[in-house]
Design a protein around this ligand. Structure first.
Ligand code: DOR
Ligand code: ZN
Length: 345
């Protein structure tokens, strides 16, 4: 197969940032994706319905003309989040979900949740009103090894929350472990999981073996090869519970290539070509549409996009380079092998 046409994909986990960075990265997501669930971890975070409305307006103002792209907004859950504000914002169509960051788990998560008991009222209101909770699933306990933080989160935090809040719809974001996949698969229709493009192609050796490669460092950190293989098997099988969320997370190169570098892989421009390569190798191109364009929309109760996108396989494309962004460049994720699939315009 050298050409494949699918419904336009959606990105169910995207960092767009703000200001000059927003202007630099937004066109690249809008070119390939019809909708994206926009993460709220700005500084300061997008905490209220009013914050989300203002951020949405800034995104729309930064959109190039004549592109069809809809940002779907999220709120950043804090211990002070007002349940009424969440429910009203969701009812008004202003937000599609609420994002839970355990405090200290990742970039700009200091305002996140420390005491999970304090968010019980808001979670109950969300369950009642059908507002999905997107979860950064890692414990922050320094005693827990960083490669185990996702698996420990499932038993220590997520399962107790879900048992205490029946009816709450949950997305385990950027699943990186076989344990996370099993948890989502066995959790029934109330839980879904996003999988990134980069976790399908790198394991922890890519970050650490033969020199430290900061552009492969993200959170949750890539795990050992057996987990990567489990992720590929899950994504390419494409059951309804798994869908694409790129977690494309741009940082200026100076902040990545530093003694203490930021977490995040900037994948938006290559996410679809990388996915096509992964699905092609797995003999699963016929299931790419389910993973990238259908399953996520169905989970969020939305119709699939009417428009289509066509990918074509050809000679190897130039290696991804650096995107000019504000004062600094942003390195685009390089999967480490040649890409052959490109999105036709
Ligand atoms: O690698 C990551 N980068 N993981 C996250 O959870 C946040 C993101 C960011 O905002 O840079
Ligand atoms: Zn993220």
């Amino acid at each position: 197969m050298t050409r494949i046409t699918l419904r336009r994909p959606d990105d169910w986990h995207l960092h767009l940032r703000d200001g000059a960075m927003l202007a630099a990265v937004l066109p690249h997501s809008a070119r390939h994706f019809a909708r994206a669930l926009v993460m709220p971890n700005l500084v300061p975070p997008v905490r209220t319905g009013a914050d989300a409305a203002a951020y949405r307006a800034r995104i729309l103002a930064a959109l190039p003309p004549d592109v069809d792209f809809t940002p779907l907004m999220t709120l950043y859950l804090t211990e002070e989040t007002n349940p009424r504000d969440v429910v009203c914002a969701h009812r008004a169509g202003l937000i599609a979900a609420v994002k839970l960051y355990p405090a200290g788990a990742t970039t700009n998560s200091t305002s996140g949740v420390r005491d999970f008991d304090r968010i019980r009222p808001v979670l109950e209101a969300m369950a009642e009103a059908g507002v999905p909770l997107c979860v950064h699933g890692e414990v922050t306990d320094p005693e827990v090894d960083i490669f185990d933080r996702e698996a420990v989160f499932l038993t220590r935090v997520l399962d107790p929350i879900r048992r205490a809040t029946p009816g709450l719809r949950v997305v385990l974001e950027h699943v990186t472990t076989a344990e996370g996949l099993d948890y989502v698969r066995s959790g029934g229709p109330q839980i879904g999981g996003t999988i990134t493009a980069h976790h399908l192609v790198i394991n922890r050796n890519a970050i650490l073996a033969g020199g430290i490669r900061p552009h492969y460092y993200c959170l949750p950190v890539a795990k050992r090869e057996s987990h990567r293989q489990a992720l590929v098997a899950a994504a390419t099988a494409a059951p309804p519970c798994f869908f694409l969320g790129t977690d494309s997370a741009p940082h200026p190169d100076a902040d990545k290539e530093a003694a203490c570098g930021c977490a995040g892989c900037y994948t938006a421009p290559v996410a679809l070509p990388v996915l096509a390569e992964v699905f092609d190798r797995a003999g699963a191109l016929d299931r790419l549409e389910r993973f990238a364009s259908l399953n996520g929309a169905a989970f969020y109760g939305l119709a699939p996009n009417a428009a289509t996108v066509t990918l074509e396989r050809g000679p190897p494309l130039p290696r991804p380079g650096r995107l000019p962004a504000g004062e600094a460049g942003v390195t685009v994720f390089d999967p480490g092998f040649p890409l052959h699939w490109q999105v036709l315009r």
